[in-house]
Design a protein around this ligand. Structure first.
Ligand code: NI
Length: 257
C-alpha cells in the first residue's frame, strides 16, 4: 500500500479523464494522496477533490511561481479553506528562483513567510517547494521554529537534508530519484533517517523512469519507492510501509482500513 504525498489532480492535464485516473488508484495499490494547491482556484479544487474522494486529502496555499497577484487578504480565504477537516497542510509554498519570469525574490519571500505564519497559527504542517533557493528557504524555515514541514521533490545537498532532519522536518522524493543523474538526490536520501522520508509523484510532472516525459500519475510512485528501497538497503515492502506510516503521522491522517 502506497501513499503519494504530493500530486496535482486539479491540473488541467487531468481535465479529460480525472475521475477515471482517481478511480484507478486502489488498483495501483495507492491508498492515499495529498493534493496541494498552487493558487486560490487550485486550492479550492483540491478541497473539493478531497471532499468527493475518500483517499484524497488536500493542502491549500499559493506556490511561488503563482504568487504574482498575492495580497495578504488571501490569507483569509486560505484560513477558511483550511478549516475543512480534509485539509492537512499549508502548501505548496516556498521559493523558486529558477524561472526568470517568476515574481521578484523579496516578494516570494514575503508570500512564503505570510503562509508560514498562517501554518503556525493553524498548527498545520507545510509543504515546501524550493528550487535554486536553498539558502533563503532555510533562513525562513529557521525563522519559524514552531512550524514543521516537508521539503518536497528535494533538490538540496546531504548537508542540507541533515540540517532539516535536525530541525524536525521531513523530506520527500519524486521520480527524480530514478533518473540517471540523480547522484545528489541519492546522496541526500542516504543520510536521511527512515522515519523522515516520504515518496511522491508531483503528478502530472516528474514521471519516473521508465515513464519519463509522460504524464505522471500516482500509480507510478511505486518506481520511486523501489529506488528509495534500494538506496536505503531495505525491501520494497518495508519502504512502502515506512513511507506510508511517515505520511500518516506527518499529515495526522487516520490509517486507511
Ligand atoms: Ni507540486
Amino acid at each position: 500500500m502506497l501513499f503519494d504525498t504530493h500530486a496535482h489532480y486539479d491540473s488541467h492535464q487531468f481535465d479529460r479523464d480525472r475521475e477515471e485516473v482517481l478511480a484507478a488508484l486502489p488498483g495501483a495499490d495507492v491508498a492515499l494522496v495529498v493534493n496541494p494547491g498552487c493558487d486560490l482556484p487550485s486550492s479550492r479544487m483540491a478541497v473539493s477533490l478531497a471532499e468527493t474522494h475518500s483517499g484524497i486529502y488536500a493542502a491549500v496555499g499559493v506556490h511561488p511561481e503563482d504568487c504574482a497577484d498575492w495580497t495578504d487578504a488571501m490569507l483569509d480565504e486560505l484560513r477558511a479553506l483550511a478549516a475543512h477537516p480534509k485539509v492537512v497542510a499549508i502548501g505548496e509554498i516556498g521559493l523558486d528562483y529558477y524561472w526568470k519570469e517568476n515574481p521578484p525574490r523579496e516578494f516570494q519571500q514575503h508570500v512564503f513567510r505570510a503562509q508560514m505564519a498562517l501554518a503556525q497559527e493553524l498548527d498545520l504542517p507545510v509543504i515546501v517547494h524550493d528550487r535554486e533557493a536553498h539558502g533563503d528557504s532555510m533562513d525562513i524555515v529557521r525563522d519559524f521554529p514552531e512550524v514543521r514541514g516537508v521539503f518536497h521533490c528535494f533538490s538540496g545537498s546531504a548537508e542540507m537534508a541533515k540540517e532539516l532532519v535536525r530541525l524536525g522536518w521531513h523530506i520527500s522524493f519524486t521520480g527524480v530519484l530514478t533518473y540517471p543523474n540523480a547522484r545528489k538526490a541519492i546522496e541526500a536520501a542516504d543520510v536521511i533517517p527512515l522515519d523522515r522520508l516520504m515518496v511522491e509523484t508531483d503528478s502530472p510532472y516528474m514521471a519516473p523512469v521508465p515513464f519519463r516525459g509522460r504524464r505522471n500519475w500516482s500509480g507510478y510512485v511505486e518506481h520511486t519507492a523501489r529506488r528509495l528501497a534500494e538506496v536505503k538497503g531495505i525491501s520494497y515492502e518495508a519502504c512502502c510501509r515506512i513511507t506510508l506510516e511517515n505520511g500518516l503521522r506527518f499529515f495526522r491522517i487516520p490509517a486507511p482500513v
